[in-house]
Design a protein around this ligand. Sequence first.
Ligand SMILES: *Cc1c(COP(=O)(O)O)cnc(C)c1O
Length: 424
Amino acid sequence: MADTLAIHGGNAVFDGPWPNWPQSNEATRRNLDAVLASHRWSISGQYRGEDSWEERFGRAFAAYTGARWCVPASTGTASLTMALEACGVGAHDEVIVPGVSWVASASAVLGINAIPVLTDVDPRTGCLDPAQVERALTPRTRAITVVHLGSAVADLDRLVAVARKHDIPLIEDCAQAHGARYDGRHVGRFGAAGAFSMQHSKLLTSGEGGAVITDDAALARRLAHLRADGRTFSEQPPALDEMALVETAEIMGSNYCLSEFHAAILMGQLEPLDDQLAQRRRNAEVLDGLLSGLGFAPQQTSAGTTARAHYTYVVGLPETLAREVGVERFAAALAAELHLPCKTMYAALNRNRLYQPFSRTRFALGKEFTDAVDPSRFHLPAADAFSRASLALPHRMLLADADAMARVAAAFEKVARSVDALRG
Ligand SMILES: *Cc1c(COP(=O)(O)O)cnc(C)c1O
């Protein structure tokens, strides 16, 4: 007879503790103190004789990814917004958006009055399907956005080829993929621009934050203006106590500036990033093997991937479990066995409760527009099947030791063999 599930009052397989996230270090604290003492808390504050932390982080993240330019920003959403606008995308333009992602991948497109064209995904990776992109293109398509979802990297070879063939900019949403590599190169460098988020849950974080990387100097200059109300840094260092930003006004911008505190934290958080990514990778490989042996389907990545980054550990339930128990109940039972938040994957964007264009009057731009953005007009069978079968475990789980991976697998095994107790 199966043991009683923890969710029904039985003993948990493992009650932790699990590593915390985010984690700070000496450098984070030292850098924060330095900002406090500097009397410059924003790039729009007066120049104090040193480069801002924002500029330092921009250089450091460009060096980390190998990109020529990096423009930091206040959030991942701001980064996507800036990347789209820097590529010339605007009102009534169509933008390809993958059918499974965090809501911001679509709402950022709407935010510039463009039309998110929800497009189906590859059932094994959950990332944008290049064949479906070909089908979704119209003469009004002005950009293709791709998300490297969970722990996968999208099929960049084919997506780059589609974008080139149709001469449409490819924008990579790398909010979940800091440090992931494809063909030996960092993600974010395969299209016109790569947008990152440094929100609390991400693999590199300052609580809130973002950045855009690009190899295109003209694009970088537009990005810089877009994030600082049409201003950018002067060529020469300004005089002491002068403002470092000059009003070049080459393009009107918004205030999407990353504060000096956030930039200082990010400089500290960059130091352990690669070690943390490597540890997650080792543990994920162990767990992939254990869970595959039990009949589960760990998320796959595209063939060209040379280094995965695990934002969430995503795994598919075997079909009978998905049908008879459902991911929601399975996730709740697993969470109780592990004392760890185990979630279902995001619902496909055409039926995602957070994606509600018509709840905001700013998008009431006429019938043609509202018809075009109506989520119910899209058909996303692969996205729906992926999201209905997949669980997402938090990446801090993968910072635990190898023994903990065996406990995770034991919890999956215990819940799977308690189907009868879980069936509603
Ligand atoms: C987190 C996230 C965003 C948005 O980033 P914020 O910093 O929260 O604005 C966009 N896209 C994806 C795929 C994300 O995971």
